[in-house]
Design a binder for this molecule. Structure first.
Ligand code: GTP
Ligand code: MG
Length: 288
Protein backbone atom coordinates (compact mmCIF):
# COMPACT_ATOMS: atom_id res chain seq x y z
CA UNK A 1 0.00 0.00 0.00
CA UNK A 2 1.35 3.45 -0.94
CA UNK A 3 1.46 5.94 1.95
CA UNK A 4 0.03 9.39 1.19
CA UNK A 5 2.78 11.94 0.69
CA UNK A 6 2.36 15.24 2.59
CA UNK A 7 2.35 18.63 0.88
CA UNK A 8 5.58 20.49 1.61
CA UNK A 9 7.16 23.59 0.19
CA UNK A 10 8.59 27.07 0.41
CA UNK A 11 6.31 30.11 0.34
CA UNK A 12 7.68 33.63 -0.13
CA UNK A 13 5.56 36.19 1.73
CA UNK A 14 5.49 39.34 -0.41
CA UNK A 15 3.73 42.67 -0.15
CA UNK A 16 4.09 46.37 0.46
CA UNK A 17 6.00 47.53 3.52
CA UNK A 18 3.76 47.62 6.61
CA UNK A 19 1.21 45.20 5.08
CA UNK A 20 1.62 42.94 8.11
CA UNK A 21 3.82 40.18 6.63
CA UNK A 22 6.03 39.64 9.66
CA UNK A 23 3.05 39.76 12.04
CA UNK A 24 1.25 37.18 9.90
CA UNK A 25 4.25 34.85 9.90
CA UNK A 26 4.50 35.02 13.70
CA UNK A 27 0.78 34.30 13.94
CA UNK A 28 0.92 31.35 11.54
CA UNK A 29 3.90 29.94 13.47
CA UNK A 30 2.21 30.60 16.84
CA UNK A 31 5.59 31.93 17.99
CA UNK A 32 7.16 35.33 17.59
CA UNK A 33 10.44 35.11 15.67
CA UNK A 34 10.11 38.00 13.18
CA UNK A 35 10.46 41.68 14.08
CA UNK A 36 7.36 43.84 13.73
CA UNK A 37 7.05 47.62 13.68
CA UNK A 38 4.51 50.30 12.91
CA UNK A 39 7.36 52.06 11.07
CA UNK A 40 7.94 51.27 7.39
CA UNK A 41 10.74 49.08 6.04
CA UNK A 42 11.32 47.26 9.28
CA UNK A 43 12.27 43.82 7.95
CA UNK A 44 15.70 43.77 6.32
CA UNK A 45 16.50 40.09 6.11
CA UNK A 46 14.87 36.94 4.82
CA UNK A 47 13.74 34.72 7.68
CA UNK A 48 12.17 31.29 7.43
CA UNK A 49 9.35 30.02 9.64
CA UNK A 50 8.50 26.32 9.53
CA UNK A 51 4.77 25.83 10.07
CA UNK A 52 3.04 22.45 10.26
CA UNK A 53 -0.51 22.21 8.92
CA UNK A 54 -1.42 18.69 10.00
CA UNK A 55 1.14 16.57 8.16
CA UNK A 56 1.88 19.29 5.61
CA UNK A 57 5.01 21.39 6.07
CA UNK A 58 4.78 25.05 5.03
CA UNK A 59 8.05 26.97 5.09
CA UNK A 60 7.33 30.70 4.94
CA UNK A 61 10.02 33.24 4.06
CA UNK A 62 9.50 36.68 5.56
CA UNK A 63 10.78 39.33 3.15
CA UNK A 64 11.42 43.08 3.23
CA UNK A 65 8.39 45.09 2.12
CA UNK A 66 8.17 46.23 -1.48
CA UNK A 67 8.63 50.00 -1.76
CA UNK A 68 9.29 52.73 -4.33
CA UNK A 69 12.06 54.49 -2.40
CA UNK A 70 15.28 55.24 -4.27
CA UNK A 71 17.46 55.00 -1.15
CA UNK A 72 20.26 52.43 -1.53
CA UNK A 73 19.06 50.47 1.49
CA UNK A 74 15.50 50.24 0.18
CA UNK A 75 16.59 49.17 -3.29
CA UNK A 76 18.60 46.32 -1.77
CA UNK A 77 15.57 45.33 0.31
CA UNK A 78 13.32 45.24 -2.77
CA UNK A 79 15.80 43.04 -4.63
CA UNK A 80 15.98 40.73 -1.65
CA UNK A 81 12.22 40.30 -1.52
CA UNK A 82 12.02 39.46 -5.23
CA UNK A 83 14.94 37.06 -4.96
CA UNK A 84 13.09 35.16 -2.21
CA UNK A 85 10.32 34.22 -4.61
CA UNK A 86 12.78 32.61 -7.03
CA UNK A 87 13.54 29.56 -4.93
CA UNK A 88 9.94 29.14 -3.76
CA UNK A 89 7.04 26.84 -4.66
CA UNK A 90 4.35 29.43 -4.01
CA UNK A 91 3.76 33.03 -2.96
CA UNK A 92 1.60 34.48 -0.23
CA UNK A 93 0.81 38.05 -1.29
CA UNK A 94 -0.19 40.29 1.64
CA UNK A 95 -2.07 43.56 1.42
CA UNK A 96 -3.92 45.38 4.15
CA UNK A 97 -7.65 45.91 3.77
CA UNK A 98 -6.84 49.63 3.39
CA UNK A 99 -4.22 49.27 0.62
CA UNK A 100 -5.31 49.89 -2.93
CA UNK A 101 -4.68 47.16 -5.48
CA UNK A 102 -1.80 48.92 -7.26
CA UNK A 103 0.95 46.93 -5.51
CA UNK A 104 -0.89 43.72 -6.39
CA UNK A 105 -1.14 44.84 -10.02
CA UNK A 106 2.61 45.47 -10.03
CA UNK A 107 3.15 42.03 -8.56
CA UNK A 108 1.03 40.48 -11.35
CA UNK A 109 3.11 42.37 -13.92
CA UNK A 110 6.13 40.40 -12.70
CA UNK A 111 4.44 37.41 -14.36
CA UNK A 112 5.61 34.95 -11.78
CA UNK A 113 4.73 31.43 -12.85
CA UNK A 114 4.27 30.44 -9.20
CA UNK A 115 0.79 29.88 -7.79
CA UNK A 116 -0.25 32.38 -5.14
CA UNK A 117 -2.77 33.09 -2.41
CA UNK A 118 -3.75 36.65 -1.41
CA UNK A 119 -4.10 37.49 2.29
CA UNK A 120 -6.10 40.62 3.13
CA UNK A 121 -4.67 41.72 6.48
CA UNK A 122 -5.76 43.93 9.40
CA UNK A 123 -9.46 43.19 8.92
CA UNK A 124 -10.07 43.92 12.63
CA UNK A 125 -9.58 47.61 11.80
CA UNK A 126 -12.15 47.68 8.99
CA UNK A 127 -15.94 47.68 8.82
CA UNK A 128 -17.52 44.62 7.19
CA UNK A 129 -18.61 46.74 4.21
CA UNK A 130 -15.01 47.91 3.69
CA UNK A 131 -13.79 44.34 3.64
CA UNK A 132 -16.51 43.23 1.20
CA UNK A 133 -15.71 46.17 -1.08
CA UNK A 134 -12.02 45.20 -1.02
CA UNK A 135 -12.83 41.58 -1.83
CA UNK A 136 -14.95 42.77 -4.77
CA UNK A 137 -11.99 44.83 -6.04
CA UNK A 138 -9.75 41.76 -5.95
CA UNK A 139 -12.44 39.61 -7.62
CA UNK A 140 -11.38 41.24 -10.92
CA UNK A 141 -8.11 39.32 -10.65
CA UNK A 142 -9.60 36.00 -9.58
CA UNK A 143 -8.15 34.12 -12.54
CA UNK A 144 -4.66 34.90 -11.16
CA UNK A 145 -4.89 33.86 -7.50
CA UNK A 146 -5.86 30.44 -6.23
CA UNK A 147 -7.58 31.86 -3.12
CA UNK A 148 -8.12 35.10 -1.24
CA UNK A 149 -8.32 34.92 2.56
CA UNK A 150 -9.05 37.80 4.98
CA UNK A 151 -6.98 37.62 8.18
CA UNK A 152 -6.33 39.46 11.41
CA UNK A 153 -3.41 38.74 13.68
CA UNK A 154 -4.94 40.94 16.39
CA UNK A 155 -8.26 39.05 16.42
CA UNK A 156 -6.51 35.76 15.55
CA UNK A 157 -8.93 34.69 12.83
CA UNK A 158 -8.72 32.53 9.69
CA UNK A 159 -5.33 30.91 10.43
CA UNK A 160 -6.59 27.42 9.57
CA UNK A 161 -8.34 28.62 6.41
CA UNK A 162 -5.19 30.37 5.18
CA UNK A 163 -2.91 27.40 5.89
CA UNK A 164 -5.32 25.04 4.18
CA UNK A 165 -5.53 27.21 1.02
CA UNK A 166 -1.74 27.40 0.85
CA UNK A 167 -1.32 23.66 1.39
CA UNK A 168 -3.55 23.06 -1.64
CA UNK A 169 -1.09 24.78 -3.99
CA UNK A 170 2.07 23.09 -2.65
CA UNK A 171 3.60 20.03 -4.29
CA UNK A 172 3.48 16.60 -2.71
CA UNK A 173 6.91 16.25 -1.13
CA UNK A 174 8.56 14.88 2.00
CA UNK A 175 9.30 17.32 4.81
CA UNK A 176 12.38 19.50 4.35
CA UNK A 177 12.93 20.02 8.08
CA UNK A 178 12.30 18.12 11.26
CA UNK A 179 8.72 18.99 12.24
CA UNK A 180 9.92 20.15 15.69
CA UNK A 181 11.93 23.01 14.17
CA UNK A 182 10.38 26.47 13.95
CA UNK A 183 13.05 28.13 11.80
CA UNK A 184 16.33 27.45 10.06
CA UNK A 185 17.73 30.69 11.51
CA UNK A 186 20.33 30.60 14.26
CA UNK A 187 19.08 31.79 17.65
CA UNK A 188 21.50 34.73 17.55
CA UNK A 189 19.98 35.96 14.28
CA UNK A 190 16.53 36.01 15.86
CA UNK A 191 17.92 37.84 18.92
CA UNK A 192 19.35 40.47 16.52
CA UNK A 193 15.87 40.95 15.00
CA UNK A 194 14.39 41.40 18.48
CA UNK A 195 17.01 44.04 19.39
CA UNK A 196 16.24 45.81 16.11
CA UNK A 197 12.53 45.69 16.91
CA UNK A 198 13.24 47.28 20.30
CA UNK A 199 15.25 50.02 18.55
CA UNK A 200 12.37 50.69 16.13
CA UNK A 201 10.09 50.95 19.15
CA UNK A 202 12.27 53.08 21.42
CA UNK A 203 13.94 55.67 19.20
CA UNK A 204 11.99 58.09 17.13
CA UNK A 205 11.51 58.93 13.49
CA UNK A 206 14.34 58.15 11.10
CA UNK A 207 16.90 57.09 13.66
CA UNK A 208 16.30 53.31 13.58
CA UNK A 209 17.27 53.37 9.90
CA UNK A 210 20.76 54.51 10.88
CA UNK A 211 21.21 51.48 13.12
CA UNK A 212 22.29 47.90 12.70
CA UNK A 213 22.84 45.24 15.34
CA UNK A 214 25.62 42.70 15.62
CA UNK A 215 25.33 39.92 18.21
CA UNK A 216 28.89 39.30 19.39
CA UNK A 217 28.41 36.54 21.87
CA UNK A 218 25.74 34.18 23.22
CA UNK A 219 26.39 31.84 26.13
CA UNK A 220 24.08 29.67 28.18
CA UNK A 221 24.47 28.88 31.85
CA UNK A 222 22.09 29.64 34.69
CA UNK A 223 20.83 32.38 32.36
CA UNK A 224 21.14 33.33 28.70
CA UNK A 225 23.93 35.91 28.31
CA UNK A 226 23.98 37.95 25.11
CA UNK A 227 26.41 40.68 24.14
CA UNK A 228 25.55 42.84 21.16
CA UNK A 229 26.65 46.00 19.41
CA UNK A 230 24.31 48.69 18.19
CA UNK A 231 26.07 50.27 15.24
CA UNK A 232 25.13 53.77 14.17
CA UNK A 233 26.52 56.19 11.64
CA UNK A 234 27.62 59.25 13.60
CA UNK A 235 28.48 60.54 17.06
CA UNK A 236 25.30 62.55 17.64
CA UNK A 237 23.16 59.49 16.87
CA UNK A 238 25.34 57.51 19.27
CA UNK A 239 24.37 59.89 22.07
CA UNK A 240 20.66 59.41 21.38
CA UNK A 241 21.01 55.63 21.32
CA UNK A 242 22.91 55.68 24.61
CA UNK A 243 20.11 57.68 26.25
CA UNK A 244 17.54 55.13 24.98
CA UNK A 245 19.67 52.10 25.85
CA UNK A 246 17.83 51.18 29.04
CA UNK A 247 14.44 51.03 27.29
CA UNK A 248 15.86 49.19 24.29
CA UNK A 249 17.38 46.63 26.67
CA UNK A 250 14.15 46.12 28.62
CA UNK A 251 12.08 45.53 25.48
CA UNK A 252 14.60 43.30 23.75
CA UNK A 253 15.14 41.20 26.88
CA UNK A 254 11.40 40.62 27.19
CA UNK A 255 11.18 39.34 23.60
CA UNK A 256 14.26 37.12 23.92
CA UNK A 257 13.13 35.73 27.24
CA UNK A 258 9.66 34.87 25.85
CA UNK A 259 11.23 32.91 23.00
CA UNK A 260 14.02 31.19 24.93
CA UNK A 261 12.08 30.56 28.14
CA UNK A 262 15.17 31.70 30.05
CA UNK A 263 16.26 34.64 32.15
CA UNK A 264 18.29 36.94 29.94
CA UNK A 265 21.29 39.17 30.54
CA UNK A 266 21.68 41.54 27.61
CA UNK A 267 24.83 43.64 27.32
CA UNK A 268 24.41 46.39 24.72
CA UNK A 269 27.14 48.74 23.52
CA UNK A 270 26.75 51.55 20.99
CA UNK A 271 29.51 52.09 18.44
CA UNK A 272 29.90 54.41 15.45
CA UNK A 273 30.75 53.14 11.98
CA UNK A 274 30.94 56.39 10.07
CA UNK A 275 28.56 56.67 7.10
CA UNK A 276 27.90 52.93 6.85
CA UNK A 277 24.59 53.69 5.14
CA UNK A 278 26.19 55.72 2.37
CA UNK A 279 28.86 53.21 1.41
CA UNK A 280 27.05 50.54 -0.63
CA UNK A 281 29.71 47.87 0.01
CA UNK A 282 29.51 48.41 3.76
CA UNK A 283 25.74 48.53 3.61
CA UNK A 284 25.46 45.15 1.90
CA UNK A 285 27.94 43.63 4.36
CA UNK A 286 26.17 45.11 7.38
CA UNK A 287 22.67 43.95 6.49
CA UNK A 288 23.79 40.57 5.15
N1 GTP B 1 -4.75 46.03 13.89
C1 GTP B 1 -3.90 45.23 13.28
N2 GTP B 1 -2.63 45.61 13.12
C2 GTP B 1 -1.78 44.75 12.50
C3 GTP B 1 -2.20 43.48 12.02
N3 GTP B 1 -1.14 42.87 11.43
C4 GTP B 1 -0.10 43.73 11.57
N4 GTP B 1 -0.47 44.86 12.21
C5 GTP B 1 0.38 46.03 12.52
O1 GTP B 1 0.87 46.57 11.30
C6 GTP B 1 2.19 47.11 11.49
C7 GTP B 1 3.15 46.51 10.47
O2 GTP B 1 3.28 45.14 10.72
P1 GTP B 1 4.53 44.28 10.20
O3 GTP B 1 4.19 42.86 10.43
O4 GTP B 1 5.81 44.79 10.76
O5 GTP B 1 4.47 44.63 8.63
P2 GTP B 1 5.46 44.15 7.48
O6 GTP B 1 4.64 43.91 6.26
O7 GTP B 1 6.30 43.01 7.94
O8 GTP B 1 6.35 45.46 7.26
P3 GTP B 1 7.85 45.56 6.61
O9 GTP B 1 8.74 44.63 7.36
O10 GTP B 1 8.21 46.99 6.80
O11 GTP B 1 7.71 45.19 5.18
C8 GTP B 1 2.56 46.79 12.95
O12 GTP B 1 2.31 47.93 13.74
C9 GTP B 1 1.61 45.65 13.31
O13 GTP B 1 1.33 45.58 14.71
C10 GTP B 1 -3.56 43.10 12.20
O14 GTP B 1 -4.04 42.03 11.82
N5 GTP B 1 -4.37 44.01 12.84
MG1 MG C 1 8.29 42.79 8.14
Amino acid sequence: MRCKMPKSGFIAVLGRTNAGKSSLINYLLNTKIAMVSHKQNATRRLLKAIVMDGDNQLIFTDTPGLNDSQKAMNKILNERALLASQGSDAILFCASVFDDTSVYEKFLEMNSSLPHVVAITKIDLAKKEQLFAKLREYAKYSEHFSAIVPVSTKKAVFRRELLSEISKILPEAPHYYDSENISDAMAKDIYREFILEAIFECVSEELPYSAEVRVKNVSEGDMLRIEALIITDNASHKGIFISALKNIGIRARKLISALSGQKVYLGLEVVVEKNWLKDEKKLIKFID
